[in-house]
Ligand binder design. Structure first.
Ligand code: TRP
Length: 467
């Protein structure tokens, strides 16, 4: 789908066009890579429960607000907000910063996935399953840079050639294939010794695991996975027809997105248990590398078929990552093109340089080339063990910027344009069933929730309170 520079605003072909296109963009590394490691890190079932509650309340209200705002104004983020008054452009501007922070590390993870996909063609599954395989790969700067540049090049190529449409069409099939394969792999994953403990850990909430950091992480993940609080949904909503049921579409997108994240969890967390043994060991070790350490164990267990399944799996993750990276990159391109009034071609060059440079920076962070502790102390926030620059970028966007954008959006809807503006827009096509929830969420619960979380988070990291 083409967002930037399109002369006329093309409408999605029907409700399912919107649902599939939005789901295909929403489903990506957030579901497959990020969700499982956060769930593993923050106590399994308790995280899952908080996450689901947030998706159906806060996430639902925000997605309704953003997409209705887009459909009403027919504009993308900055324009949509400023059409109600120049000063509100700031919300759109803040939201627009987010894709520039996310895309570099998103592409880096995409690069790791590409590497693993190719590895399953060239090396035996047992070699890839070796615990040192990932850690030695990540320290090979030359090699990781090369994969990163290759991945970015692929993204730019698709955008420059303008062949997104074809890619998006294929991605629908890929999402379904991913779904089927995830179920198969989950089945195998559960046969590993110790896997059942992992399943129990993921599914049964242990309320002693409940913590402030868990809620913060679940909230950030909800924004990331549903592509909220970064202006994307406003733009997508602007392509949505006035006659189609917006609320039902939002529900479907939430269900698909959460289902894939859930499957990724049942696939990866039991496998991680099979490798590490206890819940404490898993949660202590869980980080961005979780998927790359745990899944090769499952594939190795499949014997000769391991290479085939490993390859197909990483190829599907690669496809999901590529389509999301394309949308993210495209979002950056349209922001630059609109903000600086430059041609698309120039914007593409600029974004390639920005994302490439930041991506290389994040990558370099893994080889101790950059002192992450310094970065952390510079911003006055705590370092959590062996976090990397990647975690830092992730932190700035998901824990700081997105909550602020979501807060401003709720206040804007709740008190400036009033919930009625959104409700009227939604009801142009169908009854707004969750109207009451929507009003209460945007006016009261979500703002109070975000402020409470942010303030206690800051006080907690500064050591003034301890939660
Ligand atoms: N939601 C996507 C995922 O889960 C990531 C993402 C964030 C995204 N913002 C986006 C994808 C914008 C496309 C467009 O992986």
């Amino acid at each position: 789908m083409k967002i930037a520079g399109s002369a006329q605003r093309s409408a999605w072909t029907g409700k399912w066009g919107f649902i599939f296109a939005t789901a295909a963009s929403a489903i990506g590394l957030g579901n497959l890579w990020r969700f499982p490691y956060l769930a593993a890190k923050y106590g399994g079932g308790a995280f899952l429960l908080v996450y689901i509650i947030l998706v159906v309340t806060f996430g639902y209200a925000l997605m309704m607000a953003e997409s209705a705002l887009g459909r009403k104004t027919g504009l993308s983020t900055i324009g949509a907000f400023s059409s109600f008054g120049k000063k509100y452009a700031i919300i759109g501007i803040l939201a627009s910063v987010v894709p520039f922070i996310i895309t570099p590390y998103y592409c880096l993870i995409g690069a790791w996935v590409t590497k693993y996909m190719v590895s399953y063609l060239t090396e035996p599954a047992s070699v890839i399953a070796d615990p040192t395989y990932f850690s030695s790969f990540i320290l090979q700067n030359n090699e990781t840079f090369l994969w990163l540049l290759l991945f970015i090049l692929l993204v730019v190529l698709v955008i420059a050639l303008g062949v997104q449409k074809g890619i998006e069409r294929v991605s629908k099939v890929l999402v379904i294939a991913l779904f089927v394969l995830a179920i198969v792999i989950t089945g195998y994953s559960l046969t590993l010794p110790g896997a059942m403990d992992g399943l129990a850990y993921f599914l049964i909430p242990d309320f002693s695991k409940f913590s402030l950091n868990l809620v913060v992480a679940a909230m950030g993940q909800m924004f990331f996975s549903l592509s909220l609080a970064m202006g994307i949904m406003v733009t997508y909503g602007s392509y949505f027809k006035k006659s189609e049921d917006l609320e039902q579409s939002v529900r479907y997108i939430e269900v698909f997105d959460t289902l894939i994240a859930f499957l990724a969890g049942t696939m990866i967390i039991p496998a991680a248990f099979a490798v590490s043994g206890s819940a404490d060991a898993v949660s202590a070790k869980a980080g961005p590398s979780l998927m790359f350490g745990a899944l090769p164990q499952v594939f190795q267990n499949l014997g000769a078929a391991g290479n085939v399944i490993g390859f197909i799996f990483f190829a599907l993750v690669f496809a999901a990552a590529l389509t999301s990276a394309i949308s993210l990159f495209e979002a950056c391109v349209s922001i630059i093109a609109d903000a600086f009034h430059v041609t698309r071609r120039r914007a593409i060059v600029a974004v390639t340089i920005i994302i490439g440079a930041l991506g290389v920076l994040v990558d370099a962070g893994y080889n101790g080339l950059l002192n992450v502790d310094l970065m952390y102390s510079l911003f006055g926030i705590g370092n959590y063990g062996d976090d990397q620059l990647l975690d830092f970028f992730d932190f700035i966007s998901n824990t700081i910027l997105m909550p602020i954008v979501s807060l401003l959006t709720c206040l804007f809807v709740g008190y400036v344009i009033k919930p009625k503006t959104i409700i009227d827009e939604v009801e142009q096509s169908s009854e707004f069933k969750g109207k009451k929830l929507f009003v209460v969420m945007t006016k009261y619960i979500a703002p109070v929730f975000v402020v409470t979380i942010l303030v206690s988070y800051v006080l907690n990291t500064m050591g003034i309170i301890s939660l």
